[in-house]
Write a protein that binds this ligand. Structure first.
Ligand code: SF4
Length: 354
């Protein structure tokens, strides 16, 4: 900047950083006039079913090799990944970083049979350079890549990610700017990110954790889902059940009835693929994917488990031939994960950072 500060564009805060300053994320900093970013480690790594991310319209049944660094640009009181996301803010969050390399991670993902590499657990936008380094290796090996993110992006970081990210899950936490400010962010950059991701042709799915008394009013959910439908009615929306976590333990847990009510609002807003998550077997057919043209169930699920798969090898409904939006393989390879999912031991020979 004209006054010598550096502007970081990795997330929607767009921090102006004077010499020696650390960003809101507590991750990126100005050292000697250079923007410094984390590199060469993971705070967590795990193989998960892709349905857990959740992506329901991308390679069903695939194993997603998931990795994360530390830190986040928001500070949600109910964070379910707080051990990694809040590690730099909260002394109670302890996740020792382990040194590794993109080559080692991709080799490990291939050995375990993963089809997808996903940057998750912390906010991946603030560690985008590392994710891109890993994704370059992953793409060279024929793997699909994804972000699981709060969506607090900027046009600059999205252009940077565009060639390397295939799938993008945005956690749309509310549709009220006051609520976002409680979490340490703003609504506008998230809305803008969702629009841009869709326009870029990156496959987008949206999750809203339904928290009683926080974001579950009919009025707010109507605005949220109407916005999504205005971007595209075919964007999948997952409305998922809250349970007390981290510093938010007061609200009651979300019931199946609450999820069903929210899902109805989403469908009435015009969304074609609405899912209710975190309460397997309690939400009727809201775990299944149905053809928007004829209503046929094309993928039947119980939680993360695929019970039936009825798409053609071009991703069309077997009953009526209509295309079902998503990123489908030429064939369903079965579910790689066990039922219930049991993580296999990771071989990654991680070195604990000092
Ligand atoms: S990633 Fe976001 S919070 Fe961190 S320095 Fe950059 S703009 Fe600021």
């Amino acid at each position: 900047m004209a006054d010598g500060r550096l502007r970081c564009y990795a997330c929607g805060h767009c921090c102006p950083l004077p010499e020696g300053a650390i960003g809101v994320c507590k991750v990126r900093f100005n050292e000697g006039g250079r923007l410094r970013v984390p590199w060469g480690y993971v705070g967590a790594v795990q193989c998960d079913p892709i349905e857990k991310k959740p992506f329901f319209h991308a390679h069903p049944g695939a194993l997603a090799y998931s990795f994360g660094m530390l830190g986040c640009d928001l500070h949600c009181a109910y964070c379910q990944n707080w051990v990694t996301s809040q590690a730099l803010r909260d002394p109670a969050a302890v996740a020792p970083p382990h040194r590794t390399s993109p080559e080692r991670m991709v080799a490990d993902a291939l050995r375990l049979g993963a089809k997808v590499l996903v940057s998750t657990y912390n906010e991946p936008l603030i560690t985008s350079e590392w994710a891109v380094a890993v994704f370059k290796e992953a793409k060279a090996a024929g793997l699909t890549t994804g972000f699981v993110s709060n969506g607090n992006g900027t046009p600059q970081v999205l252009e940077y990610l565009r060639p390397w990210v295939d799938l993008y899950k945005v956690d749309l936490k509310s549709f009220d700017d006051r609520h976002y400010r409680q979490l340490g962010g703003r609504l506008d950059p998230i809305v803008d990110t969702i629009r841009r991701l869709h326009a870029m042709g990156i496959w987008v799915e949206i999750v809203t954790l339904l928290i009683p008394g926080f974001n579950d009013s009919r009025e707010e959910l109507t605005r949220l889902t109407s916005f999504l439908a205005s971007v595209s009615p075919s964007i999948p929306w997952h409305v998922t059940a809250f349970h007390g976590d981290y510093k938010m333990t007061d609200p009651q847990d979300t019931s199946a009835e609450m999820l069903l009510g929210a899902a109805e609002i989403g469908r009435n807003a015009g969304l074609q693929h609405v899912y209710a998550g975190n309460l397997p077997g309690q939400v009727g057919n809201l775990e299944d994917t149905r053809c928007a043209a004829c209503g046929e169930t094309v993928i039947s699920r119980f939680g993360y488990h695929i019970r039936a798969y009825r798409l053609t090898n071009t991703g069309c409904c077997q009953a009526c031939g209509a295309a079902v939006p998503g990123r489908w393989g030429r064939q369903f390879d079965g579910q790689i994960t066990a039922r219930p999912f049991a993580p296999r031991r990771l071989s990654l020979e991680l070195t604990l950072l000092n």
